[in-house]
Design a protein around this ligand. Structure first.
Ligand code: PEP
Ligand code: MG
Length: 840
């Protein structure tokens, strides 16, 4: 037997490994090495199971010979990673008519009949693949039920129930091996991250009954609460039961520790309880993980059947990892590796309670995580009115634009009919931590009637209460039970360790003092992108902005911009102060000007009144500014060159803010970034203008200051021509949102409409606005970085598009030698943990 490579008796010294026999077999060996009372076990390797699945006959003799003649057996799956699952366990193999008679004498007829009946049913369904309904007519209990079950089996299977333990075991093993290679099982485990060719091992174990005379039963125990990760012995125990029966909600099941809800194992069987606790603590320390112990008690004696990693919420995962490290059981690096970065997202926002009932009425793209309940409002003014009454509201729009930002600030969540992962609502939502679902085209939006209608015809009006789940994209009728964000000490501890390990920096995209404060709270290493246009969305500023756009001459524009200057200066001063010497990268004005103009008749009328112009003038001017393709039109640096007054005002505001914020020697590190560059001359012109303003401010204020000027690489040409652009800059920051848009020729605002079709049909592996396209956009990043560095060694390289918060994209940037990534403030913790894991 020891020489038979197909089957291995699990002993302390046998050759068993996760990669050959699976996690369960390896764990059982570890338990044996701890001298825990584990029943006799034989492991079948991945190769063996694979051959059986392909039709080879299992070598059952070598398995069966390892067990006492009368023993019943069970078979359980053992995949490499226990989280990948596997076919369900089959218990009580070997039960037959003769053993029924024998067991009836030792454990009583009822218990023996229960075991046999249950085995026949599980064999019929899982192995012989018969219809589960065939046992519906079985009535009564004990021997009567057993006889009916045997008859039903014979009728349906057209043969008697097999009596030989060998035959039964061979059939069980074959059926489990085949189940693993089936298509649905493969898809299921691939969804959990398993490779397509993941192997399955099997463990065959001697049954401990948990039924019969004396104290018998089974249960599970763990030392922490799965929801919070706090130390707390939890689990259930059911007398006269097997497997995981105790967890099936049987009212007779005992709690483990004293509990007001009912009697406990601690009270009923104190010795067994203490033994189990000792075993579980030993497993925690020696297996270096919080384990759930599956046990059976047979005539008062405790047996350990299995140990699996405790299932855990995201919050518990963080607390468990940090506590194990603090207890010296694992290293800090290991603690960092044990938490999946994406899980942190759940901790940073309110979430719908996983146990809550969900009345889902629609679905869109999950664009900004977190969930909120509120009454529906259909424009920003209503949102602000709602907020001023202290009422939670959800802002519903076809899509959002600059005018909706104030409404978004007032709302608890935003829901749009159109848009994709980098559309306006999505970007702003993530920036301010506002739950957001976009592209919810499964519902009909009627802005005029102020209704949204679900596919099945349910109509929701303004004022109706709904819940938006930006983590899943679901839209729910009514309120749902929520779970609060969990930024507890364990989270903070893990983040501090992450910063110690990471070797690529993480900055935040922050537009307002509030964003900057969030970024600081999450320990961002600076601001990597401040989109200054978002500062003009305030009601008061919007009107001034519109006046500037309508001014006819350069002097007229300058006069209006004078009024915006102190506002911008105050914004920047606040940002510099909040960031306390950490770099603040300010991007000069980027969007097309007409984004600031009202498109609807009532807005245009208001504007005409505010400017004292005839309405026809306003309409005509707006019409004249219309572009066929505004994202490729007069925006970014093009505006900086053709309407230079805006950049001059912004540069002055930045420089004056540097002087103000650095009074009394407080450090300021300002960076100015030029958007949408495609040619060297653009940089030369803007740089010259900005340097002139700097000199003027230094002369006026009588102080010197330093600043860094850089370019945002958002067009393919800027990446390709990086060698001639880089010599003029201190940094290149890749704006991968626009770069993706322009590389694919794919509108970031419209792609949401067909992206899911494209992904489903395998045209794109994933939405390239969400996960960086390594092959195409990535090649431009690498080219631009290489060319930029060759021309200007020491130039700072970064990514500030939405991809900056994505763990795979961070890995790409790190491999390409980038200095930092910048992402929405609420994604900073995810990015920091991902960065740390890459460096470990
Ligand atoms: C980008 O294009 O990647 C970027 C960060 O700028 P924005 O999203 O503001 O266009
Ligand atoms: Mg851009």
């Amino acid at each position: 037997m020891q020489n038979n490579p197909d089957t291995t008796l699990v002993t302390q010294t046998a050759r068993i490994a996760n990669a050959t026999h699976g996690g369960r077999a390896k764990c059982l060996q570890r338990l044996l090495r701890l001298d825990l009372p584990v029943p006799r076990t034989v492991a079948l390797s991945f190769g063996t199971v694979d051959r059986i699945a392909s039709g080879e006959l299992p070598n059952i003799d070598s398995v069966v010979d390892e067990f006492p003649k009368d023993a019943l057996l069970c078979v359980r799956p053992s995949s490499e990673d226990p989280d990948w699952g596997g076919p369900g366990a089959v218990l009580n193999i070997g039960m037959n008519d003769a053993r029924f008679v024998n067991f009836s004498k030792t454990m009583g007829e009822e218990a023996a009949a229960a075991i046999y009946t249950r085995f026949i049913q599980s064999y019929a369904i899982n192995v012989a693949r018969l219809d589960p309904d065939m046992f519906d007519d079985v009535e009564g209990e004990g021997r009567a039920a057993l006889e009916q079950t045997l008859d039903a089996y014979e009728l349906e299977a057209e043969e008697k129930f097999p009596q030989s333990r060998r035959t039964q075991l061979a059939a069980v093993v074959r059926s489990m091996a085949r189940a693993w290679s089936g298509t649905s099982a493969r898809l299921l485990r691939q969804a959990k991250g398993a490779p397509a060719d993941a192997g399955l091992g099997l463990v065959v174990q001697q049954m401990i009954f948990g039924l019969g005379a004396g104290q018998c039963g089974s249960g599970v125990l763990q030392l922490v609460d799965s929801d919070t990760g706090a130390p707390q012995v939890t689990g259930r125990y059911l007398s006269q039961s097997q497997g995981r029966d105790a967890l099936d909600g049987d009212e007779e099941a005992l709690y483990l520790t004293r509990d007001p809800r009912g009697p406990s194992l601690e009270e009923k069987l104190p010795e067994a309880f203490e033994t189990l606790k000792t075993y579980a603590s030993l497993m925690r320390v020696r297996l270096r993980a919080e384990m759930q112990v599956e046990f059976a008690i047979d005539d008062g004696v405790v047996h350990i059947l299995d140990g699996v990693r405790v299932s855990r919420s995201s919050r518990a995962a963080v607390r468990i990892a940090v506590t194990l490290a603090n207890d010296g059981i694992i290293s800090r690096e290991e603690a960092l590796m044990r938490v999946q970065p994406r899980l942190l997202t759940e901790l940073l926002h309110r979430q719908i309670d996983p146990n809550a009932r969900r009345d889902v009425v629609g679905k869109g793209i999950a664009a900004s995580p977190g969930a909120a309940t509120g009454r529906l409002v259909f424009d920003s003014a209503e949102a602000q009115a709602s907020a001023s009454r202290g009422e939670a509201c959800i802002l519903v729009r076809r899509e959002t634009s600059s005018e909706d930002v104030r409404g978004m600030h007032a709302a608890k969540a935003v829901l749009t009919e159109r848009g994709g992962i980098t559309s306006h609502a999505a970007v702003i939502g993530r920036g301010i931590g506002l739950p957001c679902v976009v592209g919810a085209s499964s519902m009909v939006f009627n802005q005029r009637d102020k209704t949204i209608t679900s596919k099945d015809g349910r109509v929701f009006h303004a004022g109706d209460e709904m819940t938006v789940d930006g983590s899943t994209g679901q839209i729910l009728a009514g309120a749902a039970a929520m779970r609060e964000a969990a930024l507890d000490d364990y989270f903070q501890q893990l983040m501090a360790w992450a910063s110690d390990s990471a070797d690529i920096k993480v900055r935040a995209n922050a537009d307002t003092p509030l964003d900057a404060q969030t970024a600081r709270n999450f320990n961002a290493e600076g601001i990597g992108l401040c989109r200054t246009e978002h500062m003009f969305f305030d009601r008061g500023r919007l009107t001034v902005m519109r006046e500037m756009i309508f001014a006819d001459t350069s002097d007229g524009r300058r006069a209006v911009l004078e009024r915006l200057l102190p506002m911008q200066r105050d914004d920047f001063t606040q940002l510099f102060r909040i960031m306390e010497g950490k770099p603040v990268c300010i991007r000069l004005f980027d969007p097309p000007l007409h984004e600031f103009l009202p498109m609807d008749a009532s807005g245009q009328r208001e504007l005409a009144e505010a400017l004292g112009l005839p309405r026809s003038d306003v309409t005509r001017r707006i019409e004249a500014m219309r572009e066929y393709n505004p994202m490729l039109g007069l925006r970014g640096v093009r505006l900086g060159i053709t309407v230079p007054e805006i950049y001059e005002m912004q540069a002055r505001a930045i420089f004056e803010a540097i002087v103000d914020a650095s009074e009394n020697g407080a450090p300021v590190m300002a960076e100015i970034m030029i958007p949408l560059v495609s040619a060297r001359r653009e940089v030369e012109l803007v740089k010259a203008a900005i340097d002139t303003v700097a000199l003027a401010v230094q002369a006026e204020r009588g102080v010197e200051f330093v600043y860094r000027l850089g370019v945002m690489v958002e067009t393919p040409r800027a990446a390709l021509r990086a060698s001639e652009i880089a010599p003029h800059c201190a940094f290149l920051s890749f704006g991968t949102n626009d770069l993706t848009q322009m590389t694919y020729g794919l509108s970031r605002d419209d792609a949401g409409r067909f992206m899911s079709d494209y992904v489903q049909q395998g045209v794109f592996d994933e939405d390239p606005f969400h996960t960086l396209d390594h092959d195409g956009v990535g090649e431009l990043l690498v080219l631009g970085a290489q060319r930029g560095r060759a021309a200007q060694p020491g130039i700072t390289l970064s990514v500030c598009g939405e991809h900056g918060g994505n763990p795979e994209s961070i890995a790409f940037c790190r491999a390409a030698g980038f200095d930092y990534v910048s992402c929405s403030p609420f994604r900073v913790p995810v990015a920091r943990l991902a960065a740390a894991q890459l460096a470990i």
